[in-house]
Design a protein around this ligand. Structure first.
Ligand code: CMX
Length: 133
C-alpha cells in the first residue's frame, strides 16, 4: 500500500475542555475544529502539526470504545492513522497478509475522511487507522 504520511494521532482524553489548554497554551497549537462523531460516540478536537494532526477523543457515552479504553489504560495515545491512496485496496492487502480487520470496508469518519481500522491484536499492539479524503 502507498502510505504518504501520518494523517493523525488519536489521543483519548476524559474531557476536551481540560485537555485543549495544554495543546493551545503550552504547545502553542490552535484547535481548528471540534466535531462530534455520533456513530463512534466521541467528540473530537483537531490541531495541525505540519502535515499531521492531533485528534483528541472525548467519549460521549459510557459505551464508547474510547470510554472503555480510558477505564482500562487511562488517558493517552489511542491510535495512529496513516494516509493511504486507497483504503479499500489497502484493506484487501492487509487481509491477504493475515491482518485482522475491524472494518471490512471504508466508512465515513471525522473531517469527512474515508476510514477503516485494523485490530491492535494483529498490528503489534497499536490500533491502526487507514484513511483518505
Ligand atoms: N490500542 C491498543 N490496544 C487496544 C486498544 C487501543 N486503542 N483498545 C483496546 N485494545 C486492546 C485491549 O487492551 C484488549 O487487550 P487484552 O485482551 O490484552 O486485554 C483488547 O484490545 C480488546 O479490548 P477490549 O477492551 O475488550 O475492547 P474491544 O475488543 O471491545 O474493542 C477495538 C477494541 C480496538 C476492537 C475497538 O476499540 C474498536 O473497534 N476500535 C475502532 C473504532 C474506534 O476506536 N473508534 C474511536 C475513534 C473514532 C475516531 O477516530 O473518529
Amino acid at each position: 500500500m502507498n502510505i504518504s504520511h501520518i494523517e493523525h494521532i488519536g489521543i483519548a482524553v476524559k474531557d476536551l475542555a481540560s485537555a485543549i489548554p495544554y495543546y493551545e497554551e503550552v504547545l502553542g497549537l490552535k484547535c481548528y475544529n471540534i466535531e462530534e462523531v455520533a456513530e463512534q460516540k466521541v467528540k473530537t478536537a483537531f490541531f495541525k502539526v505540519g502535515e499531521t494532526k492531533i485528534e483528541l477523543l472525548e467519549p460521549t457515552s459510557e459505551e464508547s470504545t474510547v470510554a472503555k479504553f480510558i477505564e482500562k489504560k487511562g488517558e493517552g495515545v489511542h491510535h495512529i492513522a496513516f494516509h493511504v491512496d486507497g483504503v479499500a485496496k489497502a484493506l484487501e492487502e492487509c487481509e491477504s497478509k493475515g491482518i485482522q480487520l475491524i472494518d471490512k470496508a471504508p466508512r465515513k469518519g471525522a473531517e469527512g475522511l474515508r476510514i477503516a481500522f485494523l485490530h491492535p491484536k494483529s498490528t503489534a499492539g497499536v490500533l491502526t487507522e487507514l484513511c483518505e479524503e
